[in-house]
Ligand binder design. Sequence first.
Ligand code: SAM
Length: 380
Amino acid sequence: MSLLQPEFEEGTILDIGGSKLPSTLKALVCKFIFPKDTSETPLLPSALMWDDTGLNLFRQITRNPTYNLMADELSLIKENLGVIADSVKDASTIIDLGSGDFRKLRLLLSALSQAGKRITYYAVDLSRDSLQDNLAQFAKQGYPPTTKGYGLWGTFNDAHSWLSRFPRGEGPRYFCSLGSQLGNDYFPETVRIWRQWATLLNSNGRGEGDKGDRFLVGLDATSDRTRLWASYHGDDAEGYNSLFEKYIRNGFSHSNKVLGVPWYKHGDWDIDGEIVEEPYTMHRFVLTARTDVEIRVPPGGLGGDKGESQQGLHQGDPLVKKFTKGDRIHCYEAFKYGPEVVLRQFEEAGYDLLSRWSTADGTWREKPPIRKPFHKYQYC
Ligand SMILES: C[S@@+](CC[C@H](N)C(=O)[O-])C[C@H]1O[C@@H](n2cnc3c(N)ncnc32)[C@H](O)[C@@H]1O
């Protein structure tokens, strides 16, 4: 079996873990809402943001002029499309991690098919509907039959284990992490994640005619406070201070479904943002309890290694978290590492930087193609 000629029909969406998402997400939420170290502020993992409503809201956010991240990255890709496409070898397998709405990869795949390159494209996403939309758009593009598209439904971790089992094709693998998907975490965790992905990359690929695997990485490096704040707080939504607030609150409502307990009620929580500047710039949302709130998750259903260790409890105990007025929950931590720090992360993870581009004001950086011999947590 070859990645270039997989034995499933073109357009297939493979369930690589997607049907287990309810338990995967439940375990993830429990891990961060009930942290083992009770001095840590609980966190709602970002993976909770991507239900159907969240995806729709995010689509609206990315079309909003104050959310400059999408527009900046798109223009950077357009400006450098020729060089990026040249860096993708014929017969490559492109793996698009968190494919979202396909706006960026569509550009690359068009350039590659115009250049006559044979490409196998895998979109990876938590959302089956989003994959279906992507592949429907893919089918409409009129790519030549040598450009084939598939969906992998599941988490990044699911994709990693699937790809480590699935035999490689004849050509290189070209991973894409656009929209600050990977590399958006505390420094040590970021390095750990890049190292984990590096295990899937071959290491013999430098120079002309090489078979080396690559990573195309898009990272937001906005450090200007005004611009950063406007990205997350700059637009209106009926009944909310901003569209982003609506999106974040939807993630919390989603956690009610995931945990099976209606612990979160909008009126119980104030929401605000904060920019943390030390040791690195990061924006996050903070929910603050307006009243006492309790979360009590009945025992069971957490599976595997996920549930047993929370607060040292046994499987038979309920998970309980009591918030008193003024207690906080963090959410949607968005790291804005500068180029020097990112370089250090890649070096520590064992990658070579082959080229990089940034927007004129230096806020958005693409780091393609990166070759492998590229506080924590909420990754799944
Ligand atoms: C911010 S969008 C980015 C889309 C696209 N890469 C871009 O740059 O425009 C995030 C997408 O990644 C998916 N996603 C988020 N976390 C994920 C995870 N842990 N595993 C798989 N997909 C994930 C979401 O469902 C969503 O479609």
